[in-house]
Design a protein around this ligand. Structure first.
Ligand SMILES: Cc1ncc(COP(=O)(O)O)c(C=O)c1O
Length: 268
């Protein structure tokens, strides 16, 4: 069941009630920011990190972020054992903040357990392009996710569950809704945010567990194709094994399995 709470006064509204104005720049120009967090045991997981990223995204979009997000998240998650919390702030003017709470989709639970089959697709920019051109909004979590969704639709049409974006000069970037990590000879590698990708809260949570040696560095696509294990990391799916990449069967490797178990256990 979907629940909606407004930042202003922590007012609960029916999910079918319109809350955003038609002339809001979030609607007209896609100028809104958002965060998606996992709800576990009645709390939003890594809330501080999500709120820091929300604030950084808002600054990049020149959105005057209102206050009160901790209280909004707390009220929205109350009594919910497991679920998805979305925090959204439109540009307005005036900016409008709200929370949407939903159940975890079956498809997400399946991906967490059984993994995803993935294809690589180009993002059409060089690895450093987005860092050099801040107007391309690399690392910003705005609601302008139409390209991300179109990428997923394309992958689905091609028979894959998900995609990994590769830069035009052949480096691993990220997935449309997840961070990418690979394992080679027992070491985890993941690309740095300097290639214009979102700094993942799940990746940080997994690295903080210190269960595997890890190196953050740029990854040529050839290394992705030779990796022993590949995984997608994101708030709600958690650690999702990539079981096939561009048709190469990978299965679920021991490092991915261990990280997934340890990560899930750390949330309870
Ligand atoms: C483009 C992109 N990269 C990475 C991530 C992973 O971020 P997090 O682990 O904070 O959910 C997401 C999450 O939605 C995303 O949309």
């Amino acid at each position: 069941m979907t629940q909606v709470l407004l930042l202003d006064g922590l007012r609960r509204v029916d999910a079918t009630t319109p809350v955003v104005r038609a002339d809001d720049l979030g609607v007209l120009r896609g100028e809104s920011v958002f965060e998606t967090a996992r709800i576990a045991a009645g709390r939003a997981v890594f809330l501080d990190a999500h709120l820091r990223r929300l604030a950084a995204s808002a600054e990049r979009l020149d959105i005057a972020l209102p206050r009160g997000w901790e209280a909004l998240a707390e009220a929205a998650c109350q009594g919910k054992d497991d679920g998805v919390l979305r925090l959204v702030c439109t540009k307005g003017p005036p900016p409008l903040g709200f929370a949407v709470v939903t159940d975890v989709p079956e498809e997400t639970l399946r991906a967490r357990e059984h993994g995803v089959r993935v294809m690589t697709l180009t993002l059409g920019v060089t690895a450093l392009q987005r860092a050099e051109a801040p107007w391309l909004l690399g690392g910003v979590k705005s609601t302008s996710y139409a390209v991300n969704m179109a990428t997923l639709r394309y992958a689905h049409d091609e028979g894959a569950d998900d995609a990994i974006w590769v830069s035009s000069d052949g480096e691993v970037l990220e997935a449309p809704t997840a961070t990418v990590a690979i394992v080679r000879d027992g070491v985890l590698f993941t690309p740095p945010s300097s290639v214009g990708i979102l700094a993942g809260t799940t990746l940080q949570g997994v690295l903080d567990l210190e269960r595997v040696p890890a190196t953050v560095r740029r990854i040529p696509a050839a290394e992705l194709h030779e990796a022993d294990e590949v995984m997608l990391l994101s708030s709600v799916r958690g650690v999702a094994p990539v079981t096939a990449l561009d048709g190469r069967e990978l299965g679920i490797g021991p490092v991915t399995k261990d990280l997934r178990e340890a990560f899930e256990a750390s949330l309870s």
